[in-house]
Ligand binder design. Sequence first.
Ligand SMILES: Nc1ncnc2c1ncn2[C@@H]1O[C@H](COP(=O)(O)OP(=O)(O)OP(=O)(O)O)[C@@H](O)[C@H]1O
Ligand SMILES: O=C(O)C1=C[C@@H](O)[C@@H](O)[C@H](O)C1
Ligand SMILES: [Mg+2]
Length: 187
Amino acid sequence: MENVPSLRERNIALIGFMGVGKTTIGERLSKKLYRDFVDIDKVIEEKYGMEVSEIFRTKGEEEFRRIEREISIDYCKNKRLKILSLGGGAYTQDEIREACMEYCIVISLDLTWDSWKDRLSLIIDNRPVLHNKSMEEIEELFQKRQSTYNLNSFQVKTDSMNEEEVADEIVSLLKLGWEWYQPYIVD
Ligand SMILES: Nc1ncnc2c1ncn2[C@@H]1O[C@H](COP(=O)(O)OP(=O)(O)OP(=O)(O)O)[C@@H](O)[C@H]1O
Ligand SMILES: O=C(O)C1=C[C@@H](O)[C@@H](O)[C@H](O)C1
Ligand SMILES: [Mg+2]
């Protein structure tokens, strides 16, 4: 393993289905932990100068996945102390998942289908993967991805928490882990 960061230096990678709150909670978390926040979807949009849905339409999903892989792995491996919000499909790519596991602390924002379905209208516009799908098809994709999000991640169940509470819960979880596994030693 090359250049593996210490536990305290590791990026925090937020994963989970579209709309579970990776961007919103990532921004709050970055303020609470005094770290920079990076939204990988935004990095891709800036690189192409277009929104994700336009990239899908003009370049195709395969090209989006290729650049998502390149950028996600680059941030996991070569940056430190960041809060990363990955794209909702990123963790389903084996190479991205492996980079996350090796270089980041991975936190899965876990929402039940019953709570998630009320969020659909808030997010659908710039989520091309959800376009032209019935509610049954979206639920099938949602359920199919859950087992992947659970691989080698800490799961935070967010159904009964608002954005602030979720961010606070993650801070507590991280502090506990850092103190437990890599306490600061004071002489
Ligand atoms: N814990 C929460 N309680 C209530 N609403 C929430 C919570 N977390 C996020 N939201 C709302 O859900 C919507 C989607 O959140 P957000 O854009 O952060 O999701 P995301 O995981 O980044 O999605 P994507 O993968 O598609 O980028 C936003 O309108 C946000 O305000
Ligand atoms: O879940 C997905 O496959 C996606 C989620 C978004 O974050 C974007 O990365 C894109 O819309 C694809
Ligand atoms: Mg997002």
